[in-house]
Write a protein that binds this ligand. Structure first.
Ligand SMILES: N[C@@H](CC(=O)c1ccccc1NC=O)C(=O)O
Length: 251
């Protein structure tokens, strides 16, 4: 099935039967990625008296409890509520789900012990493109990212001037293949989060950050239609499933 989006004055067609899933599936195994010093997520059958919610153990259905943390265990989307004392729910802020998107690939620069993504890198990778959503793939990029144990690794991060630039050019939704856009240990500064959301000056309530994505190397840097699917959690963050669709240039 094809769908045509009217984007400003142009029309862009996508094939909805060819989704490109850039989420990392969550599973209760050693394969799951981890950050923020937590252990693996748990998916376990409910146990009541001598009943176990598992068909292979005699129940009529599989009936699992899931214990996980959206920030630590995989692809998630968060709103400014991640850094506010007031409760703000991603489910109440994100009300549209299709966005023009640009996928860029950047090699972080090594500065001392840190690896950072500069404004210049973002500016040159984006060129004249001004998408609603920006997807940042960092190099090196290989499938081990999908099960990496990130705690205490000082992963690469986005310089706050880069985050300010991304905000200033009108990007509403920022996606990255790291556990956070910020440095792992930053004494709670969260400079890139604050710059992107313009917090506390004029918080962008409907802007989102999606972390822990994985973009396979087979997906080329280009413009895409993004379907940013979230689970309806009333929380600062929720597990999410960003899907890209290629634009079909000619029909
Ligand atoms: N870098 C912060 C901690 C932090 O950012 C954080 C901690 C736990 C769960 C999520 C976090 N940030 C996610 O974007 C700090 O060092 O205090």
């Amino acid at each position: 099935m094809l769908a045509t989006f009217k984007v400003d004055k142009t029309r862009q067609t996508v094939d909805v039967s060819k989704p490109i899933d850039i989420s990392i599936p969550l599973e209760a195994s050693e394969h799951n990625p981890l950050a923020w010093y937590l252990d693996l997520p748990k998916i376990e059958p409910v146990k009541m008296d001598d009943w176990t919610g598992k068909v292979s153990e005699g129940a009529s259905v599989n009936f699992n409890n899931i214990y996980f943390n959206p920030h630590a265990h995989g692809t998630h989307t968060e709103c400014v509520g991640h850094i506010t004392s007031k409760f703000i729910s991603i489910n109440e802020q994100l009300k549209e789900f299709f966005f023009t998107a640009e996928l860029i690939t950047v090699l972080p620069e090594t500065i001392g012990e840190d690896q950072l993504i500069s404004k210049l890198k973002i500016e040159s990778a984006l060129g004249d493109n001004r998408p609603e959503a920006l997807i940042i793939r960092t190099l090196p990029n290989d499938t081990t990212k999908k099960s990496r144990k990130y705690s205490n690794t000082n992963w690469p991060y986005l310089h706050h001037e880069a985050a300010t630039f991304i905000r200033e050019i009108g990007v509403k939704h920022l996606l990255i293949d790291l556990p956070s856009v910020d440095k792992e240990k930053d004494d709670g500064k969260l400079l890139a989060h604050r710059a992107f959301w313009n917090y506390p000056k004029a918080p962008r309530m409907d802007a989102t950050i999606t972390e822990f994505i994985y973009v396979p190397n087979s997906v080329k840097d280009d413009s895409y239609m993004l379907n940013l699917q979230i689970a309806s959690f009333n929380n600062d963050a929720t597990p999410s499933k960003p899907i890209l669709y290629k634009f079909i240039s000619s029909l």
